[in-house]
Design a protein. Structure first.
Length: 340
């Protein structure tokens, strides 16, 4: 190869490297500007965006925004963590990856008091996407070895928790339109001892949830009233639960009644109901006579699956006036939710 050809190749490589470096620094500067614009928009809307330090790196193949002490808050809740890393490809700032770990805190305003939830995880990572105007449009995340502790309350542990979310595109917003769709899957959920009636842990819980209507940025009770009055409801589909002998699958809807208490209707396929009702009766969760009547009613309608296994009963389950109905039978009474 001639010296001239080597010189041309070297010059071309130098030009490409220079262009790539310029492109990276331009993209990094755009990432800083977009974060600054998003922060200003959130603060103008009355939300809190704070952090201890923010550094941009990742050269040459990624743009990594490393944030120490991140915090985000609205009039309803405030979240804070030890650290958060966001990673972008230089040619696509609308999609990002994220990673966080360690202890986190979530404060939720409920009436005149603040409920604090402590979270701790070995690691959480995932991806997210922004739409054309900079709002979050989709995300997916996985939490490993996660614990959720309600301050001065119970502690729940998750081996893994996977969540995917999507904000539907809705060019003609309606008060009761779907504002968020979630799919979740949790494995090996460790329960507090006083709640482990059927087994010490829930083997698996999964399903999809659609939140219909938007919760206004107001104190909790006025926000819930406005959401309810605008037709707000939560639809769940393909929900499944395996807990001890109990296996449940089904769909349904949850809303709030005039007293801001749950109002629910669902269609469920239930197996393992005999063992479950016996355990609930033994724990004092339901009366023995109610357990017996429910077992008899479900036994009449239950069918053996074609592939074998325990009988499965298809039955409506509902909540109304703090009462839980399995078909027409009242099986339990719920304590009212106190929002303040």
């Amino acid at each position: 190869m001639s010296l001239r050809r080597l010189f041309v190749i070297a010059a071309a490589l130098a030009l490409l490297i220079g262009l790539w470096c310029a492109g990276w620094f331009y993209a990094a500067d755009q990432a800083r500007k977009r974060m600054a614009a998003w922060t200003a928009a959130q603060q103008a809307a009355g939300n809190v965006v704070a952090y201890d330090t923010l550094a941009v790196g990742g050269f040459p193949f990624r743009i990594v925004v490393a944030i120490e002490g991140p915090a985000y808050g609205t009039p309803i809740y405030r979240w804070q963590a030890i650290s958060l890393a966001l990673a972008f490809q230089p040619w696509n700032l609308h999609r990002f990856g994220f990673r966080t770990a360690g202890a986190q805190r979530l404060d939720i305003a409920t009436g005149n008091k603040i409920e604090t939830i402590h979270l701790k995880m070995d690691q959480a990572d995932g991806t997210g996407s922004f739409d054309a105007v900079g709002n979050m449009s989709a995300f997916e995340s996985e939490f490993r070895t996660l614990s959720i502790a309600i301050e001065q309350g119970p502690v729940y542990g998750f081996n893994t928790l996977r969540i995917e979310g999507r904000v539907p595109a809705n060019p003609i917003p309606k008060p009761d339109g779907t504002s968020l769709e979630l799919a979740f899957a949790a494995d090996q959920i460790a329960l507090p001892a006083d709640q482990a009636i059927l087994a010490p842990q829930i083997e698996r819980a999964a399903g999809t949830i659609a939140f219909n209507g938007r919760l206004p940025a107001q104190p909790l009770i006025p926000a819930l009233i406005a959401w309810r009055d605008a037709g707000g409801a939560i639809d769940f589909a393909r929900v499944s639960l395996r807990w001890g002998a109990l296996s449940v699958e089904g769909d349904g809807t949850v809303a709030l009644d005039n007293a801001l208490q749950p109002l629910a209707a669902s269609s469920l396929q239930i197996s393992g109901f005999n063992e479950t009702l016996d355990r609930l009766a033994a724990a004092g969760a339901i009366r023995p006579d109610v357990a017996g009547a429910t077992k008899f009613a479900l036994g009449l309608i239950a069918k053996k699956p074609d592939g074998g296994g325990p009988p499965v009963a298809s039955v409506p389950v509902s909540i109304q006036s703090q009462q839980v109905f399995v078909g027409p039978i009242v099986v339990s009474h719920l304590q009212p939710i106190r929002w303040e």
